[in-house]
Ligand binder design. Structure first.
Ligand code: F6R
Length: 341
């Protein structure tokens, strides 16, 4: 492997420990309960925003207030003194997040910052805003544990979520056993991530989740394939895709033969959605290169989400290797940021 592949594989290998450490980071943050909290907003971009979606999906059935993810310069109109805003930027220098942070201050929202440092870390320190400083040196997309799990601990400390330390521990130990199955030493015929990468090779992955826990995972797989393998990928969600995207699979000719479809499943998906998976598969399967279903593992929602995230993360790195590209650098994003400067 080239050096970057090694770095990415190392960061992947360390994800279980990262999750456990991330809970501790959140528990140590200098936060206190808020009166009359009405919304939680996570503002960030790319690898720093996906943790917000994990929180949104995770909290949907557990939190009394809605979680909104904001990937923009501007915060939603409703943000005010009754809003808790997590401003998340791994580098601490993402301009959209800096702008949203300043707006949250102006609107009188309560803020918690998650970053390795940068301008955001500096501003928060000067403003007396609680900062959760996460370890640097990896790609933002490799830091989902650090950028998401502390928010759960903060919400617990504010009395809004139960103590999730057991769920975090279950998640970490499940990931420890999954990495043994997916590590580079395990050959392709018994390595699910390598098999997926081979199926994606020279094809366009289409990743489908459901509006339960797997929606955000489908989006994560797509992003990981884009950023690690430097390749296109698309995602969508059941049941919505049954009302539009499915019709596109009637397209005649060879075009659809380039698509490889993954259906990400959770044992707790709505029973009607499970039926939709089966019927949808029957309808479109013969048109595409292949369809595979992957079932989440674990009992807690955290473990179920991360078990699927982990497979996609590994598959995207193996796909990068098949394409002969470095999974690490995302030069086109750097170029774009430099041109905007
Ligand atoms: C992921 C990645 C990007 C960044 C995004 C925002 O690895 O490189 O998606 O996460 O450009 O930058 P940060 O996370 O530094 O705020």
């Amino acid at each position: 492997y080239n050096a970057d592949t090694k770095g990415m594989l190392k960061a992947l290998w360390e994800l279980p420990e990262q999750c456990a450490r991330a809970w501790e980071l959140g528990m140590a943050a200098a936060v206190s309960p808020l009166d009359d909290l009405r919304q939680v907003v996570v503002t960030g971009l790319g690898g720093s925003a996906i943790g917000g979606d994990l929180l949104r999906v995770y909290a949907a059935q557990r939190l009394d207030v809605p979680v909104v993810v904001n990937r923009d310069y501007v915060l939603p109109e409703f943000v005010g003194p009754h809003t808790l805003v997590f401003a998340v930027s791994y580098s601490g220098n993402t301009e959209e997040t800096l702008s949203a942070y300043a707006q949250a201050r102006e609107k009188g929202a309560s803020l918690v910052v998650l970053t390795t440092g940068g301008k955001l870390g500096e501003m928060a320190k000067n403003d007396g805003v609680p900062v959760i400083t996460v370890p640097g040196g990896i790609a933002p997309r490799s830091a989902t544990g650090y950028l998401f799990i502390p928010t759960l601990a903060v919400l617990y400390r504010m009395g809004l979520l139960p103590d999730l330390s057991h769920e975090v521990a279950e998640c970490a130990s499940l990931l420890q056993s999954i990495r043994e199955e997916l590590k580079p030493e395990v050959p392709r015929d018994s390595n699910q991530a390598k098999m997926l990468a081979a199926s994606f090779h020279n094809r366009i992955p289409v990743i489908w989740g459901s509006s339960g826990t797997t929606e955000v995972v489908a989006q994560r797989w797509k992003g990981q394939i884009n950023e690690n393998a430097k390749a296109p990928a698309y995602w969508n969600v059941f049941p919505e895709l049954n009302h539009n995207e499915l019709v596109g699979f009637e397209f005649p000719g060879e075009l659809l033969r380039r698509l490889y479809v993954v259906i990400l499943r959770d044992p707790q998906d709505h029973p009607r959605v499970q039926k939709r998976f089966a019927i949808t598969r029957e309808i479109m399967e013969s048109a595409v290169a292949g369809v595979v279903e992957i079932m989440a593992r674990g009992s807690g929602a955290l473990a179920r989400m991360y078990s699927l995230v982990y497979i996609g993360d590994y598959a995207s790195v193996y796909l990068a290797m098949l394409y002969g590209v470095d999974p690490g650098p995302v030069r086109v994003i750097d170029t774009l940021k430099a041109r905007l400067a």
